[in-house]
Design a protein around this ligand. Structure first.
Ligand SMILES: [Zn+2]
Length: 330
């Protein structure tokens, strides 16, 4: 099995997104690969780089894995594919400066350049800030791939400028299995397993009324934004704010909202996808037909940007109202 096939078995959704984007020449400038170790993040990053430089790429096999460029990338010897990883405990400012100097030169063999940052959460604040400029004003042919097992440790300013790509881990399935074994319905267990890796947290959710109320309000808000129903601004004022007053609750609320958009994203790419939010399958399936891939990823970005603003002192009701208006394109 070639690398592409192996990765497709391991991370079918991720590979589908990237294969499509590469074929249509629509890659974003920056991605955040998040997932536990052993989920294929590094290999996917290298494969993606190969797909951009491969000399023998075909419609079905985007990276042959055998040509001069593919082999140089696999052995970390390609002049336009840069790898950054912690030097000791952190990714230091000097490393980032050296990288930026490399990048300021013209591409060795083409205008395309790829930067892969392993353990991106280990960047010092200084290093991260120094990289921000590149993310803010990306050059045409620059692709930045941030890899992390700890997305929560990535500065929000960086995070909000990257497209998130989740590498599903086996933990999801094992958590799912233990939750269903504990008597929780599969439908609920899939939602829990998507927003937390902690059985303890799930137990706390199960014991309070809060979680199911939260889910209802989140779905109501989604319907209010995209379908007929109560105005989303009224939902925010009357239902959302009382329930998601504290910032950690609000973060969870946005995480629950994201689940619906991620399901829609997956349904856009594969109509046979089994969504996490099973009960909303029909609605999300119809929305996936009406909305383009870029509309959906754009809306996901807006929610992530709102989530990253939670750390600031911004009024949370205002934050929600702005988010809703932005999604509705007003
Ligand atoms: Zn090749």
């Amino acid at each position: 099995m070639g690398l592409q096939d192996e990765l497709t078995v391991m991370q079918p959704v991720v590979m589908k997104i990237f294969s499509k984007s590469v074929r249509e020449n629509r890659l974003s400038h920056g991605y955040l690969f998040e997932g536990s170790s052993g989920t294929g993040k590094k290999r996917t990053a290298l494969w993606l780089a190969q797909s951009l430089f491969c000399l023998e790429s075909t419609e079905t096999e985007l990276a042959c894995g055998k040509c001069a460029n593919c082999t140089r990338i696999a052995s970390h010897n390609h002049p336009d594919v840069h790898l950054l990883e912690p030097d000791g405990a952190s990714i230091k400012i000097d490393q980032v400066r050296a990288l930026k100097q490399e990048l300021s030169k013209r591409g060795m063999e083409s205008d395309q350049k790829v930067v892969i940052i392993y353990d991106a959460d280990k960047m010092t604040v200084q290093s991260a800030n120094s990289l921000l400029k590149f993310i803010e004003e990306p050059e045409g042919g620059l692709l930045l791939l941030f890899l992390t097992t700890n997305p929560g440790q990535i500065l929000p300013t960086i995070q909000s400028r990257l497209q998130p790509v989740t590498f599903k881990s086996l933990t999801f399935d094992s958590l799912l299995a233990s939750l269903t074994a504990a008597g929780i319905s599969e439908q609920k267990a899939r939602i829990y397993a998507s927003i937390t890796g902690s059985v303890e947290e799930v137990k706390a959710f199960e014991e309070s009324e809060w979680f199911s109320e939260a889910r209802n309000v989140v779905i109501k808000l989604y319907e209010g934004i995209h379908h007929q129903g109560t105005s989303p601004l009224i939902i925010i004022q009357e239902s959302w704010m009382p329930l998601f007053k504290e910032k950690d609750k609000m973060a969870l609320g946005l995480e629950l909202l994201l689940l619906l958009y991620r399901d829609r994203l997956h349904l856009t790419l594969d109509e046979n996808y089994e969504p996490i939010c099973t009960a909303q399958k029909e609605m999300l399936g119809q929305d996936a037909l009406r909305k383009s891939l870029s509309e959906t990823t754009g809306e996901i970005e807006k929610i992530l940007a709102a989530k990253s603003k939670l750390d600031s002192n911004m009024n949370t009701q205002l934050l929600m109202e702005q988010l809703v208006l932005e999604i509705q394109g007003r």
